[in-house]
Design a protein around this ligand. Structure first.
Ligand code: SF4
Ligand code: SF4
Length: 186
């Protein structure tokens, strides 16, 4: 699947609810208006360990501040660093669910045709994860993840697993036992 042009991103953006409105709704749904600016989220965020780089603008507070100042400024790479690991949400005294906010915002942007910092399934083209996170997972030295499977979405992975198990001796041959479950090896 080729790169979607800037023009088509703008076209899609214009045919959807105003981005500013979507961001406001995501703010409200995830308690971002109740942030106490205590800084706990930035202090414990593991982006530094994962990427070897961290900046305030990529932190939950940094991202939120940028979007308050410029709700249309979603081209920024800073939106694509969060690992959605849930740590900031777990310790936030105000119950802010930043990871749900950023996941929702990314999904909305992808539906608008945004592709620049996102990684898509090699098989069906659906959105997988931020490109930065994909690169991290692919390159980590202790990774046991198969590159081909890493680059496919959950639905395509399941289809792959289904094909593998159907080829295996454990799956009943034509006319054998019926049902949804593989036959046990016992
Ligand atoms: S931990 Fe919660 S309340 Fe504190 S700065 Fe982060 S989002 Fe705001
Ligand atoms: S969910 Fe994102 S912002 Fe929150 S701690 Fe994890 S990486 Fe950091």
């Amino acid at each position: 699947m080729g790169e979607t042009s800037r023009d088509s991103f703008d076209e899609e953006r214009n045919s959807r609810p105003e981005l500013r409105k979507v961001i406001e709704e995501l703010f409200a749904a995830n308690g971002l208006n109740y942030c106490l600016e205590c800084g706990k989220c930035s202090a414990l965020c593991p982006m530094l360990e994962f990427y070897g780089e961290y900046s305030y603008e990529r932190s939950p507070r940094g991202v939120v501040e940028q979007l308050i100042i410029d709700p249309e400024g979603t081209e920024t790479e800073a939106l694509w660093y969060c690992l959605a690991c849930h740590e900031c949400t777990r310790y936030c005294p105000s119950g802010v669910t930043f990871q749900n906010f950023i996941i929702g915002l990314r999904e909305d942007l992808v539906e608008r045709g945004y592709r620049k910092h996102a990684r898509f399934c090699d098989v069906c083209g659906s959105y997988l994860m931020p490109a930065k996170e994909f690169e991290y997972l692919r390159k980590r030295p202790d990774s046991k993840l198969d590159d081909g499977l890493l680059a496919t979405c959950l639905r395509c992975k399941r289809e792959h697993y289904r094909k593998v198990v159907h080829r295996s001796a454990r799956w009943p041959k034509e006319g054998g036992a019926k049902g949804n479950e593989p036959v046990s090896q016992s």
